[in-house]
Design a protein around this ligand. Structure first.
Ligand code: EPU
Length: 338
């Protein structure tokens, strides 16, 4: 078994391009590498694509970089295709591969950065779809119990940018590592293009009866237009959750600010557009030192060059304070802080 490397630079492993070193680092390309009793006693962090991560400095423990490959059709029945992928597969490439095989269902999630193994953790979502809606089960390794186990979708507790894997004792504190994911892609496919940006893009392309491929192309075009490419402008996607507030609070805000975008939720509460709040608070395109909010999408925090985790925290706190003061709404960050 290859031993972990020491003192590894993590800047290339986080899309905000923040500096920091891992005391120990192991690239995991097969599940058996996890089944080593010595790993159980170590302080660990399980890393995927690093696209939802704020690195605040050096990490004194072991970084397990999940790079397990593989994708295949596991089974097929009258209703659905069941497709399995290794945790280390690139999410976007995997989605495009399923489409090329003729298995639609994940097209709305095209171009989301990160890996297959990270997708269930914050229940990635975009343009009217969350991954939990297409997920069948997750296989993971439990370091304490020294065993692989399977979590069925019904036990994943999927919610808006949330799942059981974000709970204490699960993924982010290094108790478990997701090694593979099975998706259930129903054969009774229906285009999901109600999200305004996607509908407008399809309209502009003159597509009235979109295929899954058409939707993927539209989503890719919208994302390229609005969101910065981490390879050019380091970022971690949306930096804050869209806040979900009680209906009375949303109603009062709407009276004072009639253009505030509000999305009623099934539980009666209302989701507010954080990007709108941040823009109105004057932060769109504004920076504090090397860290600012993106000029085309105020919800995306960007590293303008040479930023540290401390710089990110400073801008984050300033944005939170201004939105709180102006609207009385608390913004919570989406990424994990290490
Ligand atoms: N808005 C503004 N100003 C801005 C940004 C947005 O007024 O600077 C307004 C828009 O005009 C729109 C509303 O806010 O009325 C929502 O904006 P948008 O459609 O761009 O989506 P979002 O709520 O900002 C969410 C997800 C994205 C996902 C998009 C599309 C969260 C935290 N973010 O963003 O996910 O791609 O919807 O579904 O839920 C991510 O999580 O990293 C991510 C990119």
């Amino acid at each position: 078994m290859t031993p972990p490397l020491t003192n590894i630079d993590l800047l290339p492993h986080n899309t905000l391009a923040l500096p920091g070193h891992a005391a120990r680092y192991l690239r995991v390309t097969e599940p058996a590498q996890l089944a080593v009793p010595e790993l159980a006693g170590e302080k660990r962090f399980v890393l995927g694509g690093g696209s939802n991560l704020v690195l605040t400095g050096d990490f004194p423990g072991l970084v397990l970089h999940m790079a397990i490959p593989g994708k295949r059709l596991l089974k097929e029945d009258a209703e659905a295709w069941y497709v399995e992928a290794g945790a280390g597969e690139n999410w976007h490439d995997f989605v495009q591969w399923t489409l090329a095989q003729g298995w639609p269902g994940l097209e709305n999630l095209s171009l989301i950065p990160g890996t297959v193994g990270a997708a269930p953790i914050q229940n990635i979502g975009a343009y009217g779809l969350e991954v939990g809606e297409r997920l069948h089960s997750v296989t993971a390794w439990n370091f304490e119990k020294q065993a692989f186990f399977e979590v069925h979708r019904s036990d994943c507790r999927f919610a808006y940018r949330d799942s059981v894997f974000k709970q204490e004792g699960w993924h982010v504190d290094g108790h478990i590592a997701i090694v593979s994911v099975v998706f259930r892609l129903p054969k009774a496919w229906q285009a999901n293009c109600r999200y305004a940006d996607v509908a407008q893009e399809l309209d502009a392309r003159g597509v009235a009866q979109p295929t899954a491929r058409d939707i993927a192309e539209a989503v890719i075009a919208v994302r390229r237009r609005k969101l910065p490419d981490p390879a050019v402008t380091p970022n971690a996607g949306s930096f804050f959750h869209n806040p979900v507030v009680a209906a009375e609070i949303a109603d009062a805000l709407k009276v004072a600010h009639p253009t505030l975008p509000c999305y009623p939720q099934p539980d009666g509460r209302v989701k507010l557009a954080a990007g709108w709040l941040i823009e109105q608070a004057g932060w769109k395109g504004k920076a504090l030192g090397p860290v600012g909010m993106y000029e085309k999408q105020a919800l995306v925090l960007v590293n303008r060059g040479g930023a540290t985790g401390a710089d990110v925290k400073r801008t984050m706190a300033a944005v939170q304070a201004d939105v709180q003061q102006r609207f009385g709404v608390a913004l919570t960050p989406e990424p994990i802080f290490l």
